[in-house]
Write a protein that binds this ligand. Sequence first.
Ligand SMILES: *Cc1c(COP(=O)(O)O)cnc(C)c1O
Length: 429
Amino acid sequence: MADPRQHVPGTDRVLAHPEVAAAAERLGRGLVKKAVHAAQQRARTGEIDASHVVAETLAGLPDSAASSRPVLNATGVLLHTNLGRAPLSRAAIDAMERAAGTTDVELDLDTGRRGPRGAAALAALCAAVPLAEAAHVVNNGAAALSLAATALAQGREIVLARGEMVEIGDGFRIPELLTATGARLHEVGTTNRVRLDDYRSAVGPDTGFVLKVHPSNFVITGFTSAVPVDALRGLGAPVVVDIGSGLLNPHPVLPQEPDATSTLADGADLVLASGDKLLGGPQAGLLLGRAEIVQQLRRHPLARAMRVDKLTLAALEATLRGPLTPTEQSLRRDQPSLLRRAESLATGFSAAGIPASAQCSEATVGGGGAPGVTLPSAAVVLPERFAELLRRGTPPVLACIARDRCLLDLAAVPPEHDDELRRAVLAAA
Ligand SMILES: *Cc1c(COP(=O)(O)O)cnc(C)c1O
C-alpha cells in the first residue's frame, strides 16, 4: 500500500481553496491554519482520505474568531454570573455594532470639536433617574465603589454597618476593596443589628462618608435592625449607597429591592449600582447623585483608569432608551404561559421517546439581586443524565439538577429560543 502521507495536500494548497481562503478572511489565517494542520494530521494517520482534507478543514473551523459561545440559560437563575449576567436587548446589541468602528463617542459633529465622552448615555441615565443631578459610568460596580472610596475617603474613614460587610462572590469582599483604596473602615453595630446612635457616634471630622451596602445575596432574619437611608442624612457626612442590582425605579415584582430613585429620594448623596444585573444592560458601574460629588469623582485621576469603552456606552444608552430588556421580560413572564411552553416541549420529547414531563418551578433573580425572592416559573423535567449531554451539546444548554433530575427552567429562556432548546434536547437524546 502506498504511504498515505505522499498524497496529503500541502498547507498552501489547502489554504488556496476558495472556501478555505474565504474562511481565512473571516476568521484569520492562524485559526484556519490550525484546522488545516489538524485535517492533514488525520489524513497522515490514515483516519481520513487525503482527498477529504479540504472538507475536513472546513468542518473543523470554529464559528467565530472568539471562542465564547452562546449558551441557553435553562437554570432558572435570571442573572447567572457564570453565563455573563444580563443578556443584552437586540437594541443594545445593534448599538454596540454601530459603535464598534470609528464613531463620535468623543466628538461633537456640529462643531468639529472634542465633545464630552458618552454624553448621550449619561443623559439617558439622568433622564431615567431625574432625581440624580449628575451621573458617571465606570467599568463595574466594584470600580464605582473603589472610585468613591478613593476620591471621598482616602486616608479617612468609611462608616459601615457590620451586617453590610458583604462578600459578593468568587472571594470578592467589599470591606477588602474599600481598605485597598487607602480608606479606613469604621465598623458599626453587630452582624444582626445596628442603630442610628451607632452611626452618630462613629461620624466625626475624619469621616469620608457613611456607606450603606445592599446585602444583595443573602438575607438575615430574626432579631435584626438596620438604619434606613433617610435616617442617615443629617449626620454631617455624605451618604453613599451601594444598591447593587441597578434598578432605577421601584419594581412591582421585586418590592424589597432597593432602587436608585427611591434611594436618592431618601436623601442619599451618591448611589452606586451595576449595569448588568437587574438593569439588564452591559457590565458597568453607575454612579448617580449630587452634582458636586459626581464631578469630584469624574475629575479624580483614577477615573481615567476605570473609563468605559465606547461599546459599553452605546449598549447602556440603548438599554436605557430602548425596548424592555430580556431581563425585564423574564421578570414579567407569567407562570401559566411558562407552564404551557414546558408542556408543549415535554409532549414533543415524549413523542420522540424521551421520558419528559412539565412542572411548576421556582426561578430566582441571582447575580446579586433580590435575595430570597422566588419567581413562579415552569420547567421541563428530564432524566438527570441530560444535564451533562446538554451542557456539552450545540448550542450548549445549562440546566439545573434537582433531586436527581434535570430541570430545564424556562424563566430565563425567551420563547423564541424554544425551538433551539427542543432541537438541543432531541440531539442530546
Ligand atoms: C454585584 C454587587 C457589587 C459588585 O458589582 P460588579 O458590577 O459585579 O463589580 C457591589 N455591591 C453590591 C451590593 C453588589 O450586589
